[in-house]
Design a protein around this ligand. Structure first.
Ligand code: SAM
Length: 352
């Protein structure tokens, strides 16, 4: 199998020092324009594929970026590094009382980035209009099933109604297109997928089904215990007429399908992060809640921007450190390599 078939880039630029200007490029020529910012590692759900029932050791408050520090890093990313879109995530970003402020700080920058949020939707019903007013453009709400019992089993919390109310409020506030992210439960997921898609089509939400990745805090992920994209597609096809979306996919992680019937129409995306990796098209750079840059979800390395900020580094020095971190971005996440080692931080502490 070639590296390209594994989703890896095939060309490598001469390995020198990171460029001091221009786009935020890596040695494979990929340009990062999409920044994922984790606001907190805390979450009010305990999804089985993400966090243990008892939670985790949360970051100490003094290690989390202050709103001022985050605003400064957002400024560096957008005005010096060419980032054009920012997605706030976590942990659960709605748990952070600084979310509206962080959105407003991003929205005040020139050029104004596109601003999105990934959330579990709990509390969104109360805050959707305010988030929109702060500058939020759109939202992805995570929802793995529309069955209340299964929701409680997967998330270890009985909060389905809150999530559904959050979705309704997001659409009413114009945080559109409203997308729904689903990770399918290994046991019941294929049964959940069909009603979930039906629900999304009926409400005008765009469903994205994401393959489960080895980013669980318990390190118990096993490939043969997860549901891959081909099985998801085959299941949906038994119930819906799906046509491949002809629009070019670009750097979008989801393979899009048009649902042409029967019943309500719309689109559904399948994100085959494991079985059909798309690392060659990756345009992401990540900032953890404690101010570490990660060039990849699966990075073993982090670059400490918080330390630079707190020792008086100027914006040029922060820019240079961020460029060096991204310059060293690995070719791919390596999940399919025999020597793959799961990163220490789980998804919730990186920012999904
Ligand atoms: N709390 C927010 C939420 O639920 O959307 C944001 C953070 S959460 C880590 C972001 C996304 O990562 C969610 O859609 C979640 O389902 C997904 N996720 C968590 N663990 C995952 C894993 N092991 N594999 C794939 N996706 C995962």
């Amino acid at each position: 199998m070639t590296v390209t078939a594994l989703g890896f880039p095939s060309l490598r630029l001469p390995v020198t020092d990171a460029p001091s200007g221009g786009p935020l490029i890596d040695t494979f020529g990929r340009v990062a324009t999409d920044l994922r910012v984790s606001l907190t590692d805390r979450c009010n759900l305990r999804c089985t594929y993400c966090m243990p029932a008892e939670g985790l050791d949360w970051l100490p408050a003094d290690q989390v970026l202050t709103p001022e520090e985050l605003a400064r890093l957002l400024g560096v990313a957008i005005t010096r590094l060419g980032v054009t879109s920012v997605r706030f995530t976590g942990g659960e970003p709605l748990v952070s009382r600084h979310l509206e402020g962080a959105i407003a700080a991003a929205a005040a920058l020139t050029p104004r980035p596109e601003i999105a949020l990934t959330t579990n939707g709990i509390g969104l019903a109360r805050r959707a209009a305010g988030l929109k007013a702060a500058g939020l453009d759109r939202v992805n709400v995570s929802l793995d099933t529309v069955d209340a019992d299964r929701f409680a089993k997967i998330t270890r919390r009985d909060r389905l109604t809150d999530v559904l109310d959050g979705l309704t409020a997001a659409a009413a506030a114009g945080l559109t297109p409203v997308k729904v992210n689903a990770v399918l439960d290994p046991e019941s997921g294929l049964d959940d997928a069909v009603p979930l898609l039906r629900f999304c089509l009926e409400h005008g939400y765009q469903l994205r089904i994401i393959e489960q990745m080895p980013l669980d805090a318990d390190h118990t992920w096993q490939r043969d215990k997860t549901i891959d994209a081909d099985r998801i597609l085959a299941t949906l096809r038994r119930h819906f007429d799906l046509r491949a979306d002809p629009a070019p996919r670009g750097s979008a992680p989801a393979q899009l399908w048009r649902v042409v019937g029967p019943g309500p129409t719309g689109t559904v995306g399948i994100v085959a992060s494991v079985s059909h990796a798309f690392c060659s098209a990756c345009d992401r750079t990540r900032l953890t809640a404690d101010g570490q840059v990660r060039s990849c979800l699966f990075s073993a390395e982090e670059t400490d921007l918080r330390g630079l900020l707190r020792t008086g580094a100027d914006d040029a020095a922060i820019e240079a450190a961020w460029r060096s971190a991204m310059w060293a971005k690995p070719a791919g996440h390596g999940i399919n390599d025999p020597g793959f080692v799961q990163p220490d931080r789980p998804m919730s502490a990186i920012g999904g």
